[in-house]
Design a binder for this molecule. Structure first.
Ligand code: C2E
Ligand code: MG
Ligand code: MG
Ligand code: MG
Length: 279
């Protein structure tokens, strides 16, 4: 028995050893990837539920890896955060998004604004505000998507002061994955966000669960009465879209309409969409 237990623990330590080596390798690779400008932005359009016009796009980071291809955030975001470079990646995506938006405007494409995801680290960064001041964008064309966990510590003066200054710069605040975190509704609404994004986990079952439908409906009604726009994300079918529209949701986003895509693919998508809208 003793023999087996020993073998067992050696097995685990080998496994853990391998994981540590893997993580270390990925970490080195991420730093190299940042140097090599391999982190790029995909964009997913968002649509007005009534007019079907494109009201904006969400920027979603991808790692254009030299051997592994295009990697989604789940492959690297956690390690990037541990490495303290998630803020750097957020900054790369914001720079890119602002430049791309400018480019789309010069092409005459109807893309009014871009939303970027902002990590807690970046929101806490002392240099964030100075950094934002140097950037050129028109007020109301850029928004920051923040998840609830960012606001967990209600007493954090630095965060709320940063958020006030961000708003003063003309950047809108959106609560991402609304309903999945542990922040109180009071603390979230104190921020006076421009938009709430209802998480996919509530959107997916609207057709089959009356309970989830009531929940989504009450979030939308709350938004309406407070003057906060509501977006549903992760809409995969036209049936889901129809229900959300009937419940009064303002903006729709999901695979049912368009997947996240490269900037070049988005240009083509928007051109065709504009053409269809016009005809
Ligand atoms: P999120 O901000 O909630 O973004 C929505 C995620 O759902 C994206 O995954 C998007 O590709 C995916 N999605 C969109 N429509 C559908 C749909 O109809 N069905 C399904 N199943 N999924 C859909 P993605 O791109 O893998 O990003 C995952 C998360 O990574 C994001 O969740 C966000 O929290 C984070 N993230 C992405 N880009 C950045 C970034 O630049 N900075 C930071 N800090 N986080 C980012
Ligand atoms: Mg988001
Ligand atoms: Mg989300
Ligand atoms: Mg999410």
């Amino acid at each position: 028995v003793k023999q087996r237990a020993k073998g067992h623990s050696e097995f685990f330590s080998e496994e853990i050893q391998r994981e540590i080596v893997d993580t270390k390798r990925t970490a080195d690779d991420i730093l190299r990837g940042i140097e090599q400008k391999e982190f790029i932005s995909f964009y997913q359009p968002q649509f007005d539920a009534r007019t079907h016009e494109i009201v904006g796009v969400e920027a979603l980071v991808r790692w254009n890896h030299p051997t592994k291809g295009i990697l989604a955030p789940s492959h690297f975001l956690g390690i990037a955060d541990d490495l303290n470079v998630l803020g750097t990646i957020d900054g790369i995506i914001l720079d890119r998004a602002i430049a791309d938006l400018e480019h789309w405007n010069t092409l005459g494409l109807a893309i009014p604004k871009v939303a970027v995801n902002v990590s807690a680290r970046r929101l806490n960064d002392r240099q964030l505000i100075d950094n934002l001041r140097t950037m050129k964008f028109r007020p109301g064309t850029v928004s920051f998507e923040l998840v609830e966990s960012v606001f967990l510590d209600e007493t954090d003066e630095a965060i709320s002061s940063n958020i006030e200054q961000i708003k003063e710069l003309g950047i809108e605040i959106e609560i991402d994955d609304f309903g999945t975190g542990y922040a109180s509704i009071v603390s979230l609404l104190k921020l006076n966000p421009k938009r709430l994004k209802i998480d996919r986990q509530f959107v997916a079952p609207v057709l089959i669960s009356l309970e989830k439908r009531r929940l989504v409906s009450s979030i939308i009604d709350m938004g309406k009465s407070l003057g906060i726009e509501v977006i549903a994300e992760g809409i995969e079918t036209m049936e889901q879209a129809q229900i959300l529209k009937e419940l009064g949701c303002d903006v729709l986003q999901g695979y049912a309409f368009a997947k996240p895509m490269t900037s070049v693919d988005l240009e083509r998508f928007v051109e065709q969409h504009q053409w269809r809208q016009a005809s």
